[in-house]
Design a protein around this ligand. Sequence first.
Ligand code: IYR
Length: 225
Amino acid sequence: MEEKEIDGFTHIKYKRDSYTAKEMQTRSTEFYKWMDQRRTVRDISDRPIPLEIIEKIILSASTAPSGAHKQPWTFCVISNPEIKTKIRKAAEKEEYDSYNGRMSDRWVNDLRPMATNWDKPFLEKAPYLIIVFKKAYEIKDGEKSNNYYVNESVGIACGFLLTAIHNAGLVTVTHTPSPMNFLSKILERPDNERPFLLLPVGYQDEEAYVPKLDRKSLDEIMKIY
Ligand code: IYR
């Protein structure tokens, strides 16, 4: 491996495959078609999944770039049924209050096409819940150290996580119970960690329905200068 020192730190030579314009055309088109098949699925089966799959998915998520390479994330994986039940109960309590007053009428109305409500059976049924925590700062040997661009970093890692779940042929829903500090309590997470996103992961149910939706056209989302 070719190495060089820059300002006292080792850098390694990096070389990855590159493609011809035609190859890029095919690869990017195929990738888009495959990504476009991903859907948020609430009907998740209880069919078991080996933990190793979840481990690989999380390793993929942790390849995300992060501010100063601080990797400010913890992925909690829950398969224990009692903990899942605790989480479901607490999430549904918050969600009930959200759907019944905390969210504006306009917000609830905007969600009608998604057929969501406060009932979250997938929190118990899915073989795994992955709960992503962001680390606001680090504590090593009692010393605090900073993390940077924490929301951006963890958000990108969650994008990678969703892609890895899709790649494994599994489904999830980006569940956002609010407020979600109950997750820190149930999982006894340290003070420097804040819950970011909850993903139940599993196979889709034998019969699963997703809303009939369109994605925005390229014209609507891209502006060329
Ligand atoms: N957090 C609630 C409500 C919800 C909000 C949005 I914005 C969604 O796209 C979907 C649901 C829930 O998880 O049901």
